[in-house]
Write a new protein. Structure first.
Length: 139
């Protein structure tokens, strides 16, 4: 039987790069990383953390594929719960992907055990508040 060799993407787009820690990890592994985040403070931290990556201010509401092109891999970790327009976010992720590309999207888990722990600790209201800038607005 012929062994199929996985194709390793060399270019990765990170939608919502935050403080740049994941971009730094990827560039250290030899990947070319382009990323955006809407937070000016976040981008400053990200650029210091991942100086080899191209990290700029931007959001899922911008026409990112026209600006940066398409990528074989788009990563968006712990971002979707912060967006006001999830359909537009999904469209942006799709538009950034090359045909046949892969998107990796994650979001925090809010299951029974976590909710019980939050309730017991008295932190349930603080956790679910939407009153801080750039916080979770979807659960």
């Amino acid at each position: 039987m012929k062994k199929v060799q996985a194709i390793k993407p060399n270019r990765i787009f990170e939608l919502g790069c935050g403080n740049g820690s994941f971009a730094a990890h990827l560039t250290d592994k030899g990947y070319e990383v382009v990323g955006v985040d809407p937070s000016r403070d976040g981008i400053e931290l990200a650029r210091a953390s991942a100086p080899k990556a191209q990290l700029e201010i931007g959001s899922a509401y911008d026409d990112l594929s026209s600006r940066y092109g398409q990528f074989p891999l788009v990563v968006s970790l712990e971002v979707v719960e912060h967006v006001y327009f999830p359909k537009q976010y999904a469209r942006t992720v799709f538009d950034l992907l090359e045909p046949g590309g892969t998107a990796i999207v994650s979001t925090p888990y809010h299951g029974y055990i976590k909710n019980v722990a939050l309730a017991i600790s008295g932190k349930m209201d603080d956790h679910f508040t939407t009153l801080w800038d750039h916080g979770h607005i979807k659960f």
